[in-house]
Design a protein around this ligand. Structure first.
Ligand code: ATP
Length: 244
């Protein structure tokens, strides 16, 4: 069954610039879907439409529907969408730099009152990301880029989402950390059944973990299908996988 459906979404920035041109996307329940494309193609904008973070004074959804778990959510504000199980990890590892990893995780728990449950969730995050447990004495500002990215993902998972939106989690990371991040994304999806919509410029790594993918160019979906089919497509190989 489809968990998230975008139908014919159009976004206009500053009243003039058509950044997203009739985009339709589906994320199945428990699926891992990649949204690929070059810089400026419209990927982050689409994630903001889904989580509700598009600033109305800059950008507007001028057409289309967003359905999540059977409900039309376009009129809901971002916290209401989080409560329904939809969470967005923005590009650029935004953590609270002056707080420890654990304090960062606790900052995401205002919706839980049950202290034992909160403790259990923090422990789950530390077992999913052992590196964060090891670094728990340090303020998050002193963590490496990869550790901060993991913390940003862990903080989002504290809300126990049905769907997590990840914007360029591998950006700026050393290659061995890129592998680790993608492995973690695969585990989050496989072990807890959390659906993932993954925005990436790193098409090779994204197509290795995703089940299906969409390719966006200049605000339009130009190709979609299973990860296998996209990986073997000659145009994709040429433009995004470094030829072969
Ligand atoms: P990137 O990987 O660089 O984030 P992207 O595929 O996520 O690229 P978007 O950030 O969605 O692309 O941007 C799509 C287009 O919309 C770009 O041309 C960008 O310049 C423009 N745009 C993005 N945000 C705004 C904004 N707040 N106001 C005006 N134009 C914007």
């Amino acid at each position: 069954m489809s968990l998230l459906t975008l139908n014919n979404i159009e976004v206009v920035y500053d009243s003039v610039f058509l950044a997203v041109k009739g985009v339709s996307i589906e994320v199945p329940d428990g699926g891992l879907v990649a949204l690929l494309g070059a810089n400026g193609a419209g990927k982050s904008t689409i994630l903001k439409v889904i989580s509700g973070l598009l600033k109305p004074e800059r950008g507007l959804v001028t057409r289309g529907q967003v359905r999540f778990a059977g409900e039309d959510i376009l009129a809901l504000d971002p916290p209401e969408r989080v409560r329904r199980g939809l969470v967005h990890v923005l590009e650029g590892r935004r953590v609270f730099e002056h707080l420890t990893p654990e304090e960062n995780l606790l900052a995401a728990t205002s919706m839980h009152r049950d202290r034992a449950r909160i403790r259990q969730l923090v422990d789950e995050m530390f077992s999913l990301f052992p590196r964060l447990a090891e670094r728990n004495k340090a303020k998050a500002g002193y963590l490496s880029g990869g550790e901060q990215q993991m913390l940003a993902i862990a903080r989002a998972l504290m809300t126990q989402p049905k769907l997590i939106l990840l914007d360029e989690p591998s950006l700026g990371l050393a290659p061995f950390l890129v592998d680790e991040i993608f492995d973690t994304i695969r585990r989050i999806n496989a072990e807890s059944g959390t659906a993932v919509l993954l925005v990436e410029q790193n098409a090779v790594a994204a197509l290795d973990v995703a089940q299906s993918a969409y390719l966006i160019e200049q605000g339009r979906i130009v190709m979609s299908g299973t990860a296998e089919v996209l990986k073997s497509n000659p145009d994709i190989q040429q433009a995004y996988l470094g030829g072969s």
